[in-house]
Design a protein around this ligand. Structure first.
Ligand code: AVJ
Length: 316
């Protein structure tokens, strides 16, 4: 009882996910500790994982056009900036016409430090270490009346939400924006199942290591005794739901103690823990989602090598 009163948010979410029936789950946002962020960075370089390169190609090809579609005097905020590599193109285009002020928002201090270091030469970088809505609230409070906010939500992180949650999240963002502000939304598009499976189950096993690291993190931070060798990386594509699912599959009967979450977990052979779902979209689904959340869609750019879209949304 007392131990629980002192629980961290991480401990509470792990306990809630691992006691869920019939499907145990873990929240994917905890993938990104320092090891996990480095593994994700490695994933973005894999030949099977075309998503990040597609995102970058679109920004490289269309950043100037995008900036021309915005009013003067723009400030840029970035939800889940990571190291900010993709954002560089936009800041470079913007810098040709105005002073750049850039607010990266990320939960990872190491990612923010890298971001400030890499983009600091392009303008004033004001890092915010926090969750998405919290960070946006803080940035919104700092902006001047005549400034237009360009909010970036790249990399198809929106795909981690269930469809109804995605609309709720975009609506919540909309509430923190002013009419006339812009949101650039990156979304991975539906493509052949084989390409998607390969992207999340790469031959070198980097994604498997990324997945298992979530258990390693629980071992490290919550004093648990997961045996990582007893868990298989498993990837499924649900065609009807248009989503990739990542699981960790128990190879035998196991009992795991997670001391700092005050929890003992039983697993049977073949039982899985669902660690991530990544929804894929059609262009029309992105537009519908945007409209339901209170935005107008003013442009959509598509990469055809790895079907991916960047949509420019204006707050109504
Ligand atoms: C960062 C959520 C966009 O869904 O592709 C990559 C995360 N997980 N490989 C994705 C991820 C496994 C990624 N997002």
């Amino acid at each position: 009882m007392f131990a629980r009163a002192l629980d961290s948010e991480f401990a509470r979410e792990v306990r809630a996910g691992l006691t869920r029936t019939p499907q145990k789950t873990l929240p994917c946002r905890y993938f990104y500790d320092n090891v996990g962020s480095a593994l994700f960075e490695a994933i973005t370089h894999l030949s099977e994982y075309g998503l990040t390169r597609a995102d970058e190609r679109i920004l490289e090809a269309h950043a100037s056009h995008l900036v021309r579609m915005l009013p003067d005097n723009v400030v840029v905020a970035d939800l889940g900036s990571g190291s900010g590599a993709k954002t560089r193109r936009i800041l470079e285009a913007l810098r040709r016409r105005q002073v750049v002020v850039y607010y990266p928002i990320d939960a990872s201090p190491s990612a923010l430090a890298k971001c400030a270091q890499q983009l600091g030469r392009l303008g004033v970088v004001v890092p915010t270490e926090s969750g998405y809505l919290d960070g946006l609230l803080r940035v919104a409070a700092k902006r001047a009346p005549r400034q237009t906010l360009l909010l970036l939500f790249l990399g198809s992180t929106i795909g981690n939400f269930e469809p109804a949650e995605a609309i709720e999240f975009l609506s919540a963002i909309r509430q923190l924006m002013a009419s006339g502000d812009a949101l650039l939304l990156g979304t991975d598009l539906v493509k052949p199942a084989a390409d998607l499976i390969a992207a999340y189950d790469d031959a070198a096993g980097v994604t498997a290591a990324f997945n298992r690291n979530l258990l390693a993190r629980i071992n490290r931070e919550l004093d648990a005794d997961f045996d990582l060798r007893q868990f298989e990386h498993l990837v499924r594509y649900d065609e009807a739901a248009q989503r990739i699912e990542m699981h960790l599959c128990s190879s035998g009967y196991q009992v795991v103690s997670i001391h700092r979450a005050d929890l003992i977990v039983d697993l049977v052979p073949g039982e899985t823990i669902c660690t991530e779902t990544c929804h894929k979209f059609s262009l029309e689904q992105v537009r519908d989602m945007a409209h339901l959340a209170g935005f107008r869609v003013t442009a959509q750019w598509v990469d055809h090598e790895w079907p991916f879209a960047e949509s420019l949304l204006m707050a109504l």
